[in-house]
Design a protein around this ligand. Structure first.
Ligand SMILES: C[C@H](O)CC(=O)SCCNC(=O)CCNC(=O)[C@H](O)C(C)(C)COP(=O)(O)OP(=O)(O)OC[C@H]1O[C@@H](n2cnc3c(N)ncnc32)[C@H](O)[C@@H]1OP(=O)(O)O
Length: 710
């Protein structure tokens, strides 16, 4: 049987321990490796000619991506998970206990259990490569670092920085890792192995104390000071998680107990908390999201059809969306983009959008100025159709007007090649209608980005009946290169994301009209787990945008989309939200210096007395079940291909709470029978907009699930 850990002895007395999981793209830690590692370490101990050990990965571009998440998923009981953690502790202690220098040579992803492994080594050196990232992302899976990370990290970099890393799951770049003492050296990849060997030859240096700012040193040095840090962290966590995520508090507890009562106790607590977390529904949901994303990375969106290469893109319109699309095309996908706008303002806007983002990275020393300039050179501009002939894809982000879009289709068919894809970033117009003007409708597709384009991870790829599989596969591949997670959806008004969002927002507006305060409404949905409440979201997106989309959805999809009268009243008062400084909240000079304040005049505009104080969970349930019902309807109608795509669309496009795993997984948690009962109750009380869709009603008869295997 092929081994994962291979030991090679060098003449200078250094042994290389190369980790290379056979047949897998990335190294992950699995329970079955424990015996193999123990055996290798025994061999090292027994060989007095070995003066030092260098641990390195045999994979080209990664160190170790953590414990095998599939293995964690397979745990049947908390005891299974506790044993995994305890076993990891034992093996890492054997490594740390070697009385020769042990150096980890890190290149590529060094995450979770991978970083815990590296921290059990006596020294660490990493490559300065962009691929090298260090972090403990377990919290993003609803877990905590269960391989000693909660104990070794604070001892290495200090409590404050360790908590920050573990509570956010953020990934640390090489320069930052060196600065904070997470690694002892950073070198070019070409000399990584040699440097690690030299470090091992030089022998162990006394462990450096973490370099801390004065205040942190004072606080971290004693129990009372640390308590202040822990209490502060717990408060911040609660504000962020609203108590919906169990992992962060447990992370804080592990660190606290480990520093107060010693490493052994800390590891015991870590294993126990880790085990409990593995069994939580929150972690199961977040792990499912990881598997879904991994699966989607491999899909073309069009079965076996392979994408065609995209060597050049054109973006029509240099506004907020066009600028963002051009920016991710050049800076992330590194594909030349030519921006076409009818006026120079649009063009300079697109250029400055990209420049500002890149320059921020230069200022933070994440990028060299020369690299910024090289990337900027990929973006060119034109007010006429010059230099567009060889474009493989054109993304239009012009004004939402069907005639204008038709003009764009005709222009592109005239000015570009026969193969050129025409991708529309429309958020409301059916792609079928846009394609009506095309001579080559097979090249026409929707590519719906979310604002702000550089931050929002989702795109909807919308195929109409005549879109060719090549066009779908090429557009999906193009979006992935831009760093996006694409879901392929069928053509209908609102596509998937805006369609389910619209009903949720409409319901929130109904609740508001019943006399709920704006704050209470927003708080209810934030407590449920959304990043912002619906009123804040409306202010950010633009109340006018919501008001414009509603009639289109109503016309195409029926009366359940009728917008509450609130929208008309707000539009009559010229309330567009943040963009014109007039919305549900105060902006500009009237806004408080810290936090937000409701613009109380909005109540008189709406003609309501905001005195009702419904319970938060009642408010959130009413809004959320509307979203759930519509998501199920989208699956029923084939708008989305699977519950998985529906979950990812809502998580990445709307910020549906990750701990619930997405609307479909949440519907499974509620149970189809229970959900239909709730919907019918509301239907009785508020009308037919709550009528459960046929699919849910059928599922309720058998109490069926969307993910039967769960
Ligand atoms: C006890 C410990 O404290 C607990 C833990 O360590 S929990 C795990 C913590 N680690 C993580 O969360 C990292 C998860 N992995 C990632 O984020 C990303 O895979 C990555 C950033 C490392 C690389 O991303 P990318 O280059 O796009 O590659 P990606 O397609 O995701 O992964 C490549 C392969 O590695 C697998 N993989 C990566 N990390 C994995 C993990 N931790 N467990 C299982 N499989 C993993 C993927 O499933 C995929 O498998 P495939 O080739 O068979 O499809």
């Amino acid at each position: 049987m092929e081994k994962t850990f291979n030991l090679t002895r060098r003449e200078d007395g250094i042994a290389l321990l190369v980790m290379d999981v056979p047949g897998e793209t990335m190294n992950t830690l699995k329970a079955e490796f424990a015996d193999e590692v123990t055996q290798v370490l025994e061999e090292v101990k027994a060989d007095s000619s070995i003066r030092g050990l260098v641990l390195i990965s045999g994979k080209a571009d990664s160190f170790v991506a953590g414990a095998d998440i599939g293995m964690l998923d397979a745990c049947k009981t908390a005891e299974d998970a506790r044993e995994l953690s305890a076993q990891g502790h034992k093996v890492f202690a054997q490594l740390e206990g070697l009385n020769i220098p042990v150096v980890a040579a890190i290149h590529g992803a060094c995450l979770g259990g991978g970083l815990e492994l590296a921290m059990a080594c006596h020294q660490r050196v990493c490559s300065d490569d962009k691929k090298t990232m260090l972090g403990l992302p377990e919290v993003q899976l609803g877990l905590l670092p269960g391989g000693g990370g909660t104990q070794r990290l604070p001892r290495l970099v200090g409590v404050t920085k360790a908590l920050d890393m573990m509570l956010t799951g953020k990934q640390i770049r090489p320069t930052q890792a060196l600065k904070m003492g997470l690694v002892d050296d950073m070198v070019p990849f070409s000399i990584l192995e040699q440097t690690a060997i030299e470090m091992a030859l030089k022998g162990n240096r006394p462990r450096r104390k973490p370099k801390l700012p004065v205040m942190s040193r004072i606080l971290e040095g004693n129990g009372a000071g640390r308590n202040i840090i822990f209490d502060q962290a717990a408060k911040q966590v609660l504000k962020k998680t609203q108590g919906n995520y169990p992992a962060p508090d447990k992370i804080i507890d592990c660190v606290r107990q480990g520093l107060d009562k010693g490493m052994d106790k800390g590891l015991q607590v870590e294993a126990a908390h880790f085990a409990d977390l593995v069994m939580t529904p929150e972690s199961a949901a977040m792990r499912a999201v990881f598997f879904a994303i991994t699966e989607m990375k491999k899909e073309t969106g069009a079965g076996d059809t392979e994408p065609k290469p995209v060597k050049k893109a054109v973006v029509l319109g240099g506004g907020l969306m066009g600028g963002g699309i051009a920016s991710v095309t050049t800076t992330k996908a590194k594909i030349p983009a030519r921006v076409k706008d009818i006026n120079e303002n649009g063009l300079s806007n697109a250029l400055s959008y990209a420049y500002k983002l890149l320059d921020k990275r230069v200022k933070r020393r994440h990028m060299r100025a020369t690299e910024r300039d090289q990337l900027m050179a990929l973006m060119t501009t034109t007010t006429e159709y010059k230099g567009v002939k060889d474009a493989d894809i054109v993304v239009e982000a012009v004004f939402e007007d069907l005639n204008l879009k038709h003009q764009m289709v005709k222009d592109i068919e005239r000015e570009c090649g026969e193969h050129t894809i025409f991708a529309s970033n429309t958020s409301s117009l059916p792609i079928t209608q846009i394609a009506e003007a095309a001579q080559r409708p097979e090249n026409v597709i929707g590519l719906h980005y979310f604002s702000p384009v550089d931050k929002m991870p989702l795109v909807e790829v919308i195929a109409h009946a005549k879109t060719s599989p090549e066009t779908i596969a090429t557009t999906v591949a193009f979006a992935k290169k831009q760093g996006k997670t694409p879901i392929v959806v069928q053509d209908c008004a609102g596509f998937y994301v805006n369609r389910i969002l619209a009903l949720y927002m409409n319901e929130a507006a109904q609740v508001l009209l019943e006399g709920q305060s704006v704050e209470n409404l927003d708080k209810a949905l934030v407590k449920f787990g959304f990043p912002v409440g619906p009123m804040t979201l409306l202010d950010e997106v633009g109340i006018d945008v919501g008001a414009k989309i509603s009639p289109i959805l109503e016309k195409e999809l029926g009366s359940r989309f009728v917008a509450p009268s609130a929208f008309d009243k707000l539009m009559a008062d010229d309330r567009k939200g943040r963009k014109n400084g007039k919305g549900f909240y105060l902006y500009g000079d009237k806004a408080p210096k810290k936090g937000k304040k409701v613009d109380e005049t909005v109540y008189s505009v709406l003609g309501i007395n905001a005195g009702a104080a419904q319970e938060h969970n009642q408010i959130s349930r009413r809004c959320v079940v509307q979203m759930l019902n519509e998501a199920a309807r989208c699956l029923e109608e084939g708008i989305i291909a699977s519950p998985r795509d529906g979950d990812i669309g809502a998580l990445f496009g709307i910020g549906f709470p990750p701990f619930l795993g997405g609307p479909f997984r949440y519907m499974d948690t509620l149970g189809s029978r229970r959900l239909v009962e709730i919907l019918e109750g509301y239907q009785h009380q508020f009308g037919d907009r709550f009528a459960p869709c046929d699919m849910l009603k059928k599922m309720a008869e058998q109490d069926e699930k969307f993910f039967p295997e769960v």
